[in-house]
Design a protein around this ligand. Structure first.
Ligand SMILES: [Zn+2]
Length: 158
């Protein structure tokens, strides 16, 4: 079967076969812009900005698929990075609330979705995933400014 026709099984996804989140990530791709490497994970700004400030935090050292499998020191470091990233996003975007989601249903490599939530957002009071919302993209300058502001904010939180 040609590579492009093969849909990975759940076992292959758990095993990290062709995992797109393993190893060095491009600075920019269709999904994300690199913001900064933190202690054990890297923070990215999502290209899809349906929720202003939406970011991903991806676990870096190896292919891991469940928070419960991490040794205590790595678990602590990952959560520390999550708090630091959340504080930076709160500082930059002044949201009314923050959502932190660790799902991995389509690709189980450990990563968090960080969604700043606003009283004015289209899913206020509900999960972000409730119903379809069109992808929202910005122009290059706006992404660049957001990345720079988040980077600057990260320096103020340890
Ligand atoms: Zn992986």
């Amino acid at each position: 079967m040609p590579e492009q026709d093969h849909v990975a099984t759940w076992t292959e996804l758990l095993d990290g076969v062709n995992c797109p989140l393993c190893g060095p990530q491009p600075a920019v791709n269709d999904y994300k812009f690199t913001i900064a490497a933190l202690s054990i994970s890297t923070l990215y700004l999502a290209r899809d900005q349906r929720f202003r400030g939406y970011c991903y935090l991806i676990f870096d050292p190896y292919h891991a698929t469940d928070l419960a499998q991490l040794p205590a020191d790595e678990y602590g470091a990952f959560l520390h990075d999550l708090r630091r990233a959340g504080n930076a996003l709160r500082s930059v975007f002044q949201p009314d609330h923050m959502n932190y989601e660790c799902l991995g249903n389509g690709g189980p490599h450990l990563h968090w979705h960080l969604f700043p939530r606003y009283r004015t957002d289209p899913r206020w009071g509900q999960p972000v995933w409730a119903g379809w919302l069109n992808r929202v993209t910005l122009d290059a300058r706006e992404y660049h400014e957001m990345v720079e502001r988040i980077r600057a904010a990260l320096t103020t939180f340890s």
